[in-house]
Design a protein around this ligand. Structure first.
Ligand code: HEC
Length: 135
């Protein structure tokens, strides 16, 4: 009887080890590195290399209160673009940002880069969060 209990416990132990390996932790660092490439290709012309934007035309992403205030809104901003008046760090902007045709992972990588560069520090955006914000 004792032997049976021990072997059952052992099997349980082996199972939990394997199931933990199946779900690796989200690798934020790798995501940020990939995101930088997408940013450089798609966003830099307007929001600039240091995320500083262009005065009175393109709002900054560096230390942007608007960006950091709402994760879901920032996902939708990239997917659908945006227009109309917004206030970023106390300054108003009223321009047009185009929509971007990117995968869930690309949007996640991009926002992880933007939310963790130039003085920004934000929690990871996962591809799953992008998928649900898309709906
Ligand atoms: C053609 C220029 C242009 C490009 C390219 C562009 N944006 Fe924008 N972006 C804008 C404008 C203009 C606004 C302000 C829109 C408004 O007035 O409602 C904006 C606003 C934003 C905002 C919200 C305001 C803020 O400063 O926090 C975020 C976040 C953002 N853009 C991210 C991105 C990302 C990420 C990319 C690359 C995928 C990108 N943008 C590409 C022009 C652009």
């Amino acid at each position: 009887m004792k032997k049976l209990v021990f072997s059952l416990l052992f099997i349980l132990f082996v199972f939990t080890q394997f199931s933990f390996q199946d779900k690796p932790k989200f690798d934020l660092k790798a995501s940020i590195t990939r995101g930088k490439e997408i940013y450089t290709a798609q966003c830099i012309t307007c929001h600039q290399e240091q995320g500083e934007g262009i005065e009175d035309v393109y709002p900054p992403l560096a230390k942007s209160d608007y960006l950091m205030a709402d994760k879901t809104r920032s996902i939708q901003q990239v997917l659908h673009g945006a227009s109309g008046e917004i206030t970023v760090n106390g300054k108003t902007y009223n321009g047009d940002m185009p929509a971007f045709d990117l995968t869930d992972q690309e949007v996640s990588d991009l926002l992880n880069y933007v939310r963790n560069s130039w003085g920004n520090k934000g929690a990871a955006v996962t591809p799953n969060e992008v998928a649900s914000a898309r709906k």
